[in-house]
Design a protein around this ligand. Structure first.
Ligand SMILES: Cc1cc2nc3c(=O)[nH]c(=O)nc-3n(C[C@H](O)[C@H](O)[C@H](O)COP(=O)(O)OP(=O)(O)OC[C@H]3O[C@@H](n4cnc5c(N)ncnc54)[C@H](O)[C@@H]3O)c2cc1C
Length: 384
């Protein structure tokens, strides 16, 4: 029996795993994906000062340096209307520039797959790929996790880090199901070739009627293999070509109506093509040049608050307990901060005290992040 089972090898679960590894706490990770690269992870993640602190705390120093070096190099953002006319007044108060674009504690733009590879490094013996948790049962001082393949794992503490659709949260706290907020998020990545050079200088944030488009160049310092050889020679990173990441975030009715979880492919691409129609030719060309298979879409769901529960041997972090709209850009950062806080508490004392301290800390951080995200979401969904 491990002391800790982490369910979900996503951003938060793996950061916790690295933190526990550093602290010498026994653990294993159960992950539904059959392997580290079987599924597109999404594209770029902006990691803010809080997320960077969490990564610095949990990763060994060489991997943290590799993470920093692997992030894209980018300039300051511009805020524009659909015809690329400047709209400096629409710059969100909470917008954070990239590090290297004049803000000392600026964000780092990470490629999501590269970050997951860095976070998985050194944990091969601990991660059980292809183990989809289905339900849990309390068992004396511990918890049993039952998986879809019939496997059972028992631990003194189980951490649900299994994201937005967490089956453990559904069983444990059915009232905490994140609600659809009437918004969609459509995103993809386009090759650099042929993109308007003005879009390669830094992020472009376009405020249209009922939706926002963010386009951000992801240009890396050197091939990932070279960066790994320089900073953490044992770490194997797959190739990551430069690209432009873009994301449309808007009212459902402005992006083609409701979108089911199963909807993909042509239907999502048609929504993007329709949204591109009113945009400046540089923007519509960017969307049109996107590799079709990279275009994804989802209905945005968000937790209303973090419910109270009696502290025990099951806890949760990240989207599993406080899913947020991507409008705030803090979902992953809050998951990372949760992971670092839980790792520190577990390194420090017995499970019961550690979980109680962690949950108090997580609740206050998550409530703040949910409030900021709600405000940011309203601003971005405003009609012109
Ligand atoms: C397009 C887009 C852009 C975003 N950009 C940003 C950004 O710039 N900055 C930011 O802070 N946030 C951003 N977010 C939000 C961010 O992606 C999430 O908040 C973050 O990934 C949450 O991390 P997590 O570890 O809680 O969950 P996840 O990263 O979703 O990981 C959950 C893991 O659990 C696994 N899993 C699921 N079910 C099971 C099961 N039953 N058993 C075992 N394993 C399971 C999944 O396969 C996955 O690996 C963005 C989101 C989207 C969609």
């Amino acid at each position: 029996m491990s002391s800790v089972i982490i369910v979900g090898a996503g951003i938060g679960g793996l950061c916790l795993a690295q933190g526990l590894e550093r602290a010498g706490v026994e653990f294993e990770v159960l992950e539904a994906d059959a392997g580290p690269q079987v599924r597109d992870q999404g594209y770029r993640l902006r990691i803010d000062a809080m997320g960077q602190r969490a990564l610095r705390q949990c990763l060994p120093p060489d991997l943290f340096e590799l993470f920093r070096a692997s992030c894209a190099v980018s300039g300051p953002a511009r805020f524009v209307d659909p015809q690329l006319n400047p709209l400096p007044g629409r710059r969100p108060e909470n917008w954070r520039e990239n590090a290297g674009a004049g803000q000392a504690d600026g964000d780092l733009s990470a490629d999501r797959q590269v970050l997951r590879d860095i976070l998985s490094h050194g944990l091969a013996a601990r991660i059980r790929w292809g183990r989809r948790a289905r339900e849990f049962e309390r068992d004396g001082d511990g918890i049993i996790v039952r998986c879809a393949d019939g496997a059972e794992h028992r631990a003194g503490l189980v951490v649900a880090a299994d994201g937005l659709h967490s089956p453990l949260r559904r069983q444990w706290l059915p009232q905490a199901e994140p609600e659809a907020i009437g918004a969609l998020n459509l995103y993809g990545k386009a090759p650099l070739a042929g993109v308007d050079p003005a879009m390669l200088a830094g992020p472009t944030v376009v405020f249209a009627d009922g939706f926002t488009l963010v386009a951000e160049p992801m240009r890396f310092r050197a091939p990932m293999e070279t960066l790994a050889a320089l900073h953490a020679p044992d770490c194997r990173l797959g190739p990551a070509d430069d690209y432009v990441y873009w994301a449309l975030f808007g009212r459902m009715e402005c992006l083609g109506g409701s979108l089911s979880d199963e909807e993909a492919g042509e239907s999502v691409r048609r929504r993007v093509a329709d949204a591109a129609r009113g945009l400046h030719p540089s923007l519509s060309a960017l969307l049109a040049r996107t590799a079709p298979e990279t275009i994804k879409g989802r209905a945005v769901r968000m937790a209303s608050h973090v419910p109270m529960w009696p502290s025990g041997r099951l806890t949760a972090l990240g989207d599993a307990i406080h899913a947020m709209s991507p409008a705030g850009g803090v979902g992953a950062n809050t998951a990372l901060a949760d992971a670092a806080a839980l790792a520190a508490c577990l390194a420090d004392g017995g499970i019961d005290q550690a979980v109680a301290r962690y949950e108090a800390d997580m609740r206050s951080r998550a409530e703040q992040a949910l409030a900021a995200t709600r405000a940011g979401t309203e601003r971005l969904l405003r009609r012109a």
